[in-house]
Design a protein around this ligand. Structure first.
Ligand SMILES: [Zn+2]
Length: 424
């Protein structure tokens, strides 16, 4: 056993240059989302690379999903390679989209610049470095354990940064992330090489609108201000909701510590005169005010309770406050998910981390969600974790990078995990 592990890790070391080159080439395909540029080119690059290593390749377009068009097709790639004997299937899923480069870069964000042992570029850390690590882990495993049991899959999927509807959600609905096809999923998101991310908190995005009555701004008493009604909502949130959320505690190992409670972000508020008006504002009382909120919650809370907490405040105001009329609508619902740390996929990665880094892993829960939500809810698959190189704080920042040694070590951990899950 130990001998195979040594061989696997030596093989990864010998593929270091290929790992770096692959990461740079993935960064050089600017898959900026929105709008979803160059997805087909990136999917085909991955598909071609894996086809040369014996994988069957399928391209699946997320037809009619948000943003999908002939100009910006939501092209996903799914690759599968059967082993010599029947067994379980390990699937590595990475999103191929990256967020906009933005300002503040000191290097070209799409050149794949190597400096001081780091690869710089948009997506280096989130998550083309992780994708490349999983591809090289598989390559090392195929060379070392050619007669493996079961199957290996690698997918490159779109739109994670905008909810994953044209990517993992679309595929999960079609059975790509369910048993019996797949048994274990590893998502190489940048959670650090010594951490296994078991899942994420839940989320509820919604929009509240308070209504008013328009009147001349010099005689506001003749109208009814929707903005003042929204102010009343805000006061209730400050006085009642925020303290209640801060008191909720969880057994989920959420990082950072501040996210170990329930949270609410008010994403935007808008009322009255349109934001894009030119010239001087007209004197009017606001007849509408809209708030978009982002409520993140814990596995101990239910979606129904979370919604009731906010609607009961609004219903209370309807009863207490003259003229208070509101409507509320859902924008997005995300259910919390947490894979058991004793699941085979977590145990296999934990053993790999111990071998490579000499420490036990930290088990963490992400404050925000990622594609695991679709795998658990639509694919009904519990054996899914995130594990990959890179520092999460660097994601979406200017001068994003991934450390080459970190990538090599993570690749070894992934290769070890493949061995524990698939060796006959
Ligand atoms: Zn990501």
């Amino acid at each position: 056993m130990a001998e195979i592990i040594n061989k696997l890790h030596q093989r990864v070391d010998s593929l270091k240059d290929e790992l770096v080159d692959l990461t740079c080439r993935l960064i050089a395909i600017p898959t900026t989302n929105p709008p979803g540029e160059n997805y087909t080119e990136c999917a085909q690059f991955i598909g071609t690379w894996l086809k040369a290593r014996g994988f069957e390749i399928e391209y699946v377009r997320g037809v009619d999903t948000p943003g999908d068009s002939d100009k910006y097709p939501r092209t996903n790639v799914i690759a599968r390679r059967e082993g010599k004997t029947p067994g379980q299937c390990v699937h590595f899923n990475s999103h191929i989209d990256v967020v906009v480069a933005g300002k503040g870069w000191t290097v070209d964000p799409f050149a794949g610049i190597i400096k001081n042992g780091k690869i710089y570029g948009r997506g280096a850390c989130d998550m083309k470095g992780g994708l490349a690590a999983s591809m090289i882990a598989v390559e090392a495993f195929l060379a070392t354990v050619p007669d493996y049991a079961g199957a290996i899959e690698i997918s490159g999927t779109v739109d994670e940064e905008t909810g994953g509807y044209g990517g993992v959600a679309y595929l999960a609905q079609k059975g790509y992330f369910s048993k019996p096809r797949v048994d274990h999923v590893i998502i190489p998101e940048p959670l650090n090489k010594d951490r296994i991310c078991l899942g994420h908190r839940g989320g509820w995005w919604g929009e509240i609108e308070t209504k008013g009555r328009i009147a001349h701004g010099s005689m506001p008493f003749l109208g009814d201000s929707a903005i003042r009604h929204m102010g009343a909502v805000m006061s209730k949130f400050e006085d009642e909701l925020y303290p209640a959320l801060a008191n909720k505690k969880t057994d989920m190992p959420v990082v950072p510590d501040g996210a170990k409670q329930s949270t609410l972000n008010i994403n935007s508020i808008h009322g009255g005169e349109d934001e894009n008006f030119d010239g001087l504002p007209a004197a009017c009382v606001a007849d509408s005010c809209r708030m978009i909120f982002d409520r993140r919650f814990l596995i101990e809370e239910s979606m129904t309770e979370v919604k009731a907490e906010i609607t009961s405040i609004l219903d209370g105001l309807t009863a207490q406050r003259e003229g208070f009329v509101y409507s509320i609508k859902d924008i997005n619902e995300i259910y919390p998910t947490m894979t058991n740390k004793d699941a085979d996929v977590s145990k296999a990665l934990a053993k790999g981390i111990k071998e490579v880094l000499g420490t036990d892993p930290d088990y963490v829960i992400s404050p925000g969600s990622y594609d695991q939500k679709h795998i658990s809810r639509l694919g009904h698959l519990d054996n899914c974790v995130a594990y990959g190189p890179g520092i999460l704080d660097l994601a979406h920042q200017p001068d994003e990078y991934v450390g080459i040694d970190d990538m090599v070590e993570s690749t070894k951990v992934m290769a070890s995990a493949l061995h524990y899950l698939l060796s006959p």
